[in-house]
Structure formats: structure tokens, C-alpha cells
Design a protein around this ligand. Structure first.
Ligand SMILES: [Zn+2]
Length: 147
């Protein structure tokens, strides 16, 4: 840990406690690994799509900054942006469901969204992600940078 210079002992202790709290918070939001992600996708497919969506691979990628997830139906591959890591589980599950649904229905027509209605938090998760995008567009707004 890098401790700012010129701190009194009491200040330093308080600062260490704040950092420990932050680390604990990060730990509780520990991200899923690729294997856990694949397991999760399998469970969601069973739960919401009668197990019909069967991805060959599900993994995190760091080169995807404009999309939350993507899917190549011909390969059965699903990729999730690492930007989702640390977001609430229902949001990650929504993106997984979204990409799983693309294995069954390409594009975003009425059939696609009807399929996604099976996942109960679709609207809530879309709202959350829209909020994240909106906040990203205001990089200098107070609070937008966190901390
Ligand atoms: Zn889509």
C-alpha cells in the first residue's frame, strides 16, 4: 500500500481502515472466472430457455469496449466485456441471457425480445446499463469518476 506522506498516526490508521474496507468490498464483488461464467450460462439456459441455448464457449474479453457482450452463433461462442465485472449479478445474467438468446434468434426483432421476457430482470438490467453509458458520457460530472 502506498501511504501518503505527512500523515499523523491516527490519520494513517483511519486511512488504512478505509483502504481495508475498500479491499473487502472489492473481494465481495469478486469477479467470476471463465469456468464459472460458462456454468452460469448453462444454468440460465436451463432456467429460461429450456436448455436449448448451448454455447460452446463463454468467456470474458478485454477488447470489447463498445458492446457488453457478443455472440457468434456459427461457433457457439459468447464473449462478455470485462467492463461488466463488478456489476450486479442480475446485470451479468441479463447480458448472458441476451447472448444465449442470440444462439436461438439472430437480430433484435420481436421474437428475440419475446424470448428474453423469460428473464424477469431484463428491463431493470437494461436500465442499469443505460445508466452506466449515460454516466460514461459525463466524465467530468461530480461523482461520475467515483471515489
Ligand atoms: Zn443483441
Amino acid at each position: 500500500m502506498l501511504i501518503p506522506a505527512r500523515m499523523s498516526e491516527a490519520e494513517e490508521q483511519r486511512w488504512v481502515n478505509v483502504m481495508l474496507d475498500k479491499l473487502a468490498a472489492q473481494e465481495s464483488r469478486r469477479t467470476l472466472g471463465d469456468a464459472e461464467l460458462a456454468q452460469r450460462a448453462e444454468r440460465l439456459s436451463a432456467q429460461y430457455f429450456d436448455g436449448r441455448a448451448r454455447p460452446a464457449t463463454v468467456r470474458w474479453v478485454t477488447n470489447q469496449n463498445t458492446r457488453w457482450g457478443s455472440c457468434t452463433p456459427s461457433e457457439g461462442s459468447i464473449r462478455l466485456s470485462h467492463r461488466l465485472q463488478g456489476m450486479p449479478e442480475y446485470v451479468i445474467d441479463y447480458v448472458l441471457c441476451h447472448e444465449l438468446a442470440h444462439l436461438l434468434v439472430p437480430g433484435h426483432g420481436p421474437r428475440f425480445w419475446r424470448l428474453l421476457e423469460a428473464y424477469p430482470k431484463t428491463e431493470r438490467a437494461r436500465g442499469y446499463l443505460e445508466g452506466v453509458v449515460a454516466a460514461d458520457r459525463l466524465p467530468h460530472a461530480p461523482g461520475a469518476q467515483g471515489e
